[in-house]
Structure formats: structure tokens, C-alpha cells
Design a protein around this ligand. Structure first.
Ligand SMILES: C[S@@+](CC[C@H](N)C(=O)[O-])C[C@H]1O[C@@H](n2cnc3c(N)ncnc32)[C@H](O)[C@@H]1O
Length: 216
């Protein structure tokens, strides 16, 4: 496993341009179905007054929805610095600036620098990180009540798409790689530290896994 992770590689992929695209899409069309699945799982278990830690939250569309549904505060962690302008614009336009702290930090490398939260969220993030077991175990260790994450469905369509994108990056001398990690192994890693799987949804593009602290 290479030393994880070169911020420049992440920044070159998750750039200001990528962020602008994400924000434009969210403003026009709202959350994606997988993101809806995450919000539905969290709200069905109760998020009134809950603190949220979103790892790799990008421009922050999911956290805006959770705050609008009753969560109290969010901490967003990112490896890439490319989102900050668009994230600030989204928070300003929704009047939520004071309820979100944004930090550039890889929690898998520096877990002790991050406070636990009631709800921990990773949407489209484990596929961008080589050591999924470490990331998910650390995420579980920071979840007081719930952990919910999405990952690409392990099917042929996604494998071909991820393979083509990785090949393009290899040819462009970019060391960033996207991964389709094994779904059951991810669920097992997330179910460490007293968490148990309470919800799993499967679609052709993204799966969602929801865990609660204690026995489901
Ligand atoms: C595909 S983007 C998804 C962004 C956002 N969640 C969304 O769905 O629009 C994946 C993001 O995860 C971030 N990321 C990956 N591993 C991370 C880690 N260990 N800590 C913080 N951010 C991470 C990357 O920097 C990248 O911005």
C-alpha cells in the first residue's frame, strides 16, 4: 500500500471545476438517489439535534439536507482543497454557514485530531481511498449513534468505467486511483467497534450501507 495520500493528486481530480459541476447539479436536480438513501436512513433513525461528521463531503450538499432536517452541526473533512469556494457559496445561500466547520484532514491518517459525532457519513468516498478498512474502522470509531456510507456497486458496468478512468489517469501520470472494494468486506470493517448493519440498499450504480451502534 502506498503512503496515503498525496493531496495534490486528490486536488487535481477533485478540483474547483469538479466542485462547480457538483454544485450546479445539486442546484438543478437535488440529491442523487444514493444520497437520498443516506438522508432517509439517517432521518428514519432520528437526527434532531444530532451532530454530523461528514468525511469527504465535497461541496456539502448532503450536510445541507441533514441540517435542514434537524441536525444541529456538521464537521466536514476533505483531502482536496478544491471545494471551498463553492461550499462557502452553498452555505451562504442556505443560511447555514455558522453550523458547519470545514477542515482539510485525512481522518484515517490522523484520527485523534477529530471529535466523534452522533452521525458519521461517507458518500462516494471509500471508492476514493485505497485502505478502505482503515478508513471505515476509524469512521465507525467516531460514530456515537450511526454510520452510513455509499460505495459503487460491484458490477461489470462500474468495473469497466472505473478501469477506463484509472487507465486515463495512469496515462496522464496522475497517481490518484478509484476503487471498487469488496462490499461485504467493507460492511465488516464498518461493523467494527460495536456497530452493526441495520440497512443495505442495492442499485445498479451505488449501494448504501447504514449501521447503528449496538445490535440492529
Ligand atoms: C467522489 S468525491 C465525493 C464528494 C461528495 N461526497 C459528493 O458525493 O459529492 C470523493 C471525495 O472524498 C474525499 N476523500 C477521500 N478519502 C478521504 C479521507 N480519508 N478523508 C477526507 N476526505 C476524503 C476526496 O477528497 C473527494 O473529494
Amino acid at each position: 500500500m502506498p503512503e496515503c495520500c498525496d493531496r495534490e493528486d486528490y486536488h487535481s481530480v477533485f478540483s474547483g471545476r469538479f466542485a462547480r459541476r457538483q454544485l450546479r447539479r445539486y442546484r438543478r436536480r437535488g440529491l442523487t438517489p444514493a444520497a437520498h438513501g443516506i438522508v432517509d436512513f439517517a432521518t428514519s433513525r432520528g437526527i434532531a439535534g444530532a451532530t454530523v461528521l461528514e468525511i469527504g463531503g465535497g461541496v456539502g450538499q448532503l450536510q445541507v439536507e441533514l441540517l435542514q432536517r434537524g441536525a444541529s452541526r456538521v464537521t466536514n473533512l476533505e483531502i482536496s482543497e478544491g471545494y471551498e469556494d463553492d461550499a462557502a457559496a452553498l452555505l451562504e445561500s442556505t443560511g447555514l454557514t455558522d453550523r458547519v466547520s470545514r477542515r482539510i484532514l485525512d481522518i484515517a491518517q490522523e484520527p485523534d485530531r477529530v471529535e466523534p459525532a452522533d452521525v458519521v457519513v461517507l458518500h462516494r468516498v471509500v471508492c476514493c481511498y485505497p485502505d478502505y478498512a482503515r478508513l471505515l474502522k476509524v469512521a465507525a470509531g467516531h460514530a456515537r449513534r450511526m454510520l452510513v456510507f455509499s460505495h459503487p456497486a460491484a458490477n461489470l458496468v462500474n468495473r469497466v468505467q472505473f478501469g477506463a478512468e484509472n487507465a486515463y489517469r495512469w496515462m496522464s501520470r496522475n497517481d490518484f486511483r478509484a476503487f471498487i472494494h469488496p462490499p461485504d468486506a467493507m460492511a465488516r470493517a464498518a461493523a467494527s467497534d460495536g456497530m452493526s448493519v441495520a440497512y443495505r440498499s442495492h442499485r445498479w450504480d451505488w449501494d448504501v450501507v447504514g449501521l447503528i451502534r449496538g445490535v440492529a
